[in-house]
Ligand binder design. Structure first.
Ligand code: VGL
Ligand code: ZN
Length: 209
């Protein structure tokens, strides 16, 4: 049962660069759009996130001469995957998928906008201490449970769900409203971490959508 006052749908990074033809295409990334639009009609409260990097961002392989996308480096805040340039602020790749319903969202959280710090989670940047402000927003508004959907299951959706739990919210990932990058087993690892953290995994039809 979705609670209209205390539940919130968090729609993670449904942006052109994560869809087929995009710079960091997630397989079938665009297929989440109709599912998420149906889900949106069940929630009174919706928040969007947007990956929002400056040109030359430190998560881009292009910013580290001699490296290739999808290899890892050690950043001062830990291991960082290097990605193709993606979701550069103000570019078409950073825009939401054109069929995603966005006008009903109450908030758009942008993340990853500091040049030397990446951010997967909607709550904290990858140093796991720099807040985006989402915790405060949710607490002040009285939300208790976060339902998550979007891209990518094993990165921004998973990290957001884990941080939601750490911040004391109930968290539910709607699996068929997500798609994964699945880099070196990252999807299986993320699902194990989600389960261990008490995140519920559901399908949209279990929500009657
Ligand atoms: C994401 C990799 C890099 C995501 C964002 O939205 O899952 N993944 N930036
Ligand atoms: Zn990114």
């Amino acid at each position: 049962m979705i609670e209209q006052y205390s539940d919130l749908l968090l729609i993670v990074d449904v942006q052109n660069d994560f869809c087929p033809e995009g710079a960091l295409a997630v397989p079938e990334g665009d297929q989440v759009v109709p599912v998420i639009n149906r889900l949106q009609s069940r929630f009174t409260h919706r928040v969007l996130t947007q990956d929002w990097h400056p040109l030359g961002h430190s998560s881009f392989a292009s910013a580290h001469p001699g490296t290739q996308p999808f290899q890892t480096i050690e950043a001062d805040y830990g291991t960082q995957v290097l990605w193709p340039d993606h979701c550069v602020q103000g570019t078409p790749g950073a825009a939401f998928h054109s069929n995603l319903a966005t006008s009903g969202a109450e908030l758009i959280i942008r993340k990853g906008f500091r040049k030397t710090l990446d951010s997967y989670s909607a709550f904290f940047e990858n140093d796991q201490t720099t807040p985006t402000g989402l915790t405060g927003y949710l607490r002040e508004r009285g939300f208790k449970r976060v339902y998550l959907c979007g891209l990518a299951t094993d990165y921004c959706v998973a990290w957001s769900a884990l941080d939601a739990r750490k911040q004391g919210f109930a968290a539910v990932v709607i699996e068929d409203a997500c798609r994964a990058i699945d880099l070196n087993g990252s999807l299986a690892q993320a699902k194990q971490q989600l389960t261990d953290a008490g995140v519920h995994l559901l399908s949209s039809d279990q929500l009657g959508v």
